[in-house]
Design a protein around this ligand. Structure first.
Ligand code: IMP
Ligand code: MG
Length: 182
């Protein structure tokens, strides 16, 4: 993040707060129905999923534990480096557990594919995936997502946890960026 010299970028709202709130309620209802009574660990993909996960877990009607995972797939800017490394987590013992991986956006699919592949080695009972946003048209790696908030066009978005060079994560809605996208 360049603290000193921030370029002007215009935001065009794509999904407003009320629409996000309503959709998360729907997602939470189906997740609760599917996972209730099972030993569930909800694993958030840092940092982008933090806002979505915070709202999602407050709408769930079931028992669960939370954990986090940190990967590096994107460097600065808007394009994937395609190279993924695990930086942290999860801290919990996931063997025989029901896992729900929560990410902010499925783009190329490389991140979620890597994660499912990696976590599977520790023999969880079930791995399901949830992405607030889905850019199907950008897929390099096919994914079988279990829960999708919104299907969106192949354009870079920010807000609600999603960043551009660490900016805009605190924006309460999701927006396109029109200028200064490198
Ligand atoms: P994938 O591995 O290409 O599916 O990308 C997943 C990760 O890329 C997400 O967790 C985000 O960190 C980042 N990403 C992909 N698209 C966007 C976007 O439109 N805005 C912000 N971050 C994005
Ligand atoms: Mg990012």
């Amino acid at each position: 993040m360049d603290w000193g010299n921030q370029t002007m970028q215009s935001l065009i709202p794509l999904i407003n707060e009320e629409t996000i709130r309503k959709r998360i309620g729907e997602l939470a209802a189906s997740i609760s129905d599917d996972f209730r009574g099972k030993e569930t660990i909800i694993i958030g993909v840092l940092k982008g999923a933090m806002v979505f996960m915070a709202d999602l877990i407050r709408s769930l009607d079931m028992e669960f534990r939370c954990d986090f995972i940190s990967l590096s797939s994107y460097g600065e800017g808007t394009d994937s480096s395609g190279r993924i490394t695990m930086e942290y987590g999860p801290a919990s013992d996931i063997k025989d557990k029901h896992l729900l991986i929560v990410d902010c956006v499925a783009d190329t699919g490389l991140t979620l594919h890597f994660l499912v592949d990696h976590l599977r080695r520790e023999n969880p009972r079930v791995i399901k995936t949830c992405a607030l946003l889905n850019k199907e048209g950008r897929r390099i790696q096919p994914l079988d997502l279990n829960y999708i908030g919104f299907n969106i066009p192949d354009r870079f978005v920010v807000g609600y946890g999603l960043d551009l060079n660490e900016r805009y994560r605190g924006l309460p809605y999701i927006a396109y960026i029109t200028e200064g996208v490198d």
